[in-house]
Design a binder for this molecule. Structure first.
Ligand code: FAD
Length: 406
């Protein structure tokens, strides 16, 4: 039987990290990582790139260089699962067998849900920090804009890093304020959600910044169409009675956060729940129906904030529980839903939102977490990227239980 001990679907933040962690625990494990991309990205820094505070080249490395020594990289795209036969199917027609499976292919950017956007992204003032190739365009638009209208959008949940849509606005506004042009720029944040941020404790300090930048906040307003040539964005706006109307807004700059969804091959498989994500027990991260399958990162159904910070905590949960399951032991490592969103409210200051299931605050430091701090900016810009490449992707867990943010 040439099945692998463990097959890992997706070599992103979660997949590389959990493989490294497992191999540190048991170097003899035969693990395959199925990952089609030749590049591995540190996405949390793309917000900084869009704000002119980070070099895009520092956010990418060759996949070949992040595959943990001892693991086998199969460069292929997965397109299905037959969990009853312990098989993963590849787009090239091959099937790979496993004893235990880890599902972590991330979340899909569903651009097709916004009519007309794909042909105008990267030109006509339309940008997104959610793509490696476009984050630098956000900064060049920010630098060029001296007057006019700047729109920032946030789609319905779930999205990865739910703070990122507003972080883009804060960093652009901070630049315009420093350049003395903010008074000539009409800034608007349209979010499809009913609140500015999902955890109520963080809303007041964020609203202070919305006010400081004279930004208009429009809730329950969902971007559905972009006409790039004429620079018009169309929103579906829900009023308090639930009535939906369409509103056209002209723009000079438009920062779009795309709607997001579970990858189709996962959604259409027996592993998915009704939402399309991989159905796990939120405490143990073991699959609800297949005990030899685990899932973590953005593709998992656990109701945490989809962040690299969450993945970093989940790596330990999955590694320990998967090895326990392998030997028939009880799953003892319990996930509290920790996730973190460092909100870059201005260049040089961050509100560090760290919280678990149910919005419970889980600060890593004994400081009031709702206060913007310079110290957190330093962590975000210097320490977290270092921690990502040198600890999280290498299976080094010395800080995982104390500081969890990315
Ligand atoms: P990913 O890292 O996205 O990896 C998924 C992998 O699966 C990819 O390599 C992909 O190629 C692969 N894959 C996809 N389809 C298939 C397939 N069919 N077969 C095989 N492999 C496949 N997190 C934070 O903690 N803090 C932040 O400040 C922060 N800011 C962010 C800002 C932005 C703009 C963005 C985009 C993200 C941000 N995040 C942040 C979120 C963070 O990047 C993700 O939560 C994290 O990368 C999730 O890890 P993952 O492994 O689940 O997914």
């Amino acid at each position: 039987d040439n099945a692998f001990d463990i097959v890992v679907v997706g070599g992103g933040s979660a997949g590389i990290g959990v493989t490294a962690s497992l191999l540190r625990r048991q170097p003899s494990l035969r693990i395959a990582i199925l990952e089609p991309s030749t590049k591995h990205y540190y996405q949390p820094a793309w917000t900084l790139v869009g704000g002119g505070a980070y070099d895009i080249a520092e956010t990418v490395r060759d996949t070949a260089n992040v595959i943990p020594p001892g693991a086998e990289w199969i460069q292929a795209e997965v397109n299905g699962f037959t969990p009853d036969n312990n098989l993963v199917h590849l787009a090239d027609g091959r099937s790979i067998g496993y004893r235990q499976l880890i599902v972590c292919p991330g979340i899909r950017l569903a651009w097709e849900k916004i009519e007309g956007i794909e042909e105008t992204l990267g030109k006509n003032g339309v940008t997104s920090n959610y793509r490696f190739d476009l984050a630098p365009y956000t900064w060049s638009l920010t630098e060029q804009l001296k007057n006019g209208k700047a729109l920032f959008t946030q789609p319905p949940m779930p999205i990865k890093c739910a703070g990122a849509p507003q972080k883009a606005m804060y960093l652009s506004c901070d630049h315009w304020l420093r350049q003395g042009v903010l008074d000539n720029i009409d800034v608007e944040f349209n979010t499809a959600t009913p609140a500015l941020f999902g955890v109520a404790d963080f809303v007041p300090p964020l609203m202070e910044y919305v006010k400081r930048y004279h930004a208009k906040l429009v809730l329950s307003s969902n971007l559905i169409k972009v006409n790039g040539r004429d620079r018009i964005a169309t929103f579906e706006v829900k009023d308090s009675s639930g009535q939906v109307s369409r509103v056209d807004k002209p723009f000079d700059m438009l920062h779009v956060t795309p709607p997001q969804a579970a990858p189709d091959f996962l959604r259409n498989s027996p592993l998915a729940d009704a939402s399309g994500f991989c159905e796990v027990n939120p405490q143990t991260l073991q699959h609800a129906r297949y005990p030899n399958i685990f899932s973590l990162g953005d593709a998992s159904s656990s109701p945490n904030a989809k962040t690299a910070a969450a993945a970093r905590k989940q790596i330990v949960i999955v590694a320990e529980n998967l090895l326990a399951a392998k030997t028939g032991h009880e799953l003892k490592t319990i996930y509290d839903g920790y996730g973190a969103c460092p909100l870059t409210v201005e260049r040089g200051k961050v509100v560090m939102a760290e919280f678990g299931y149910g919005g419970k605050l889980l600060p890593s430091f004994p400081l009031n977490p709702t206060v913007p701090r310079r110290f957190y900016w330093q962590l975000k810009v210097k320490f977290f990227p270092w921690l990502y490449w040198n600890a999280m992707l290498k299976g080094r867990e010395w800080l995982t239980r104390s500081t969890g943010a990315n």
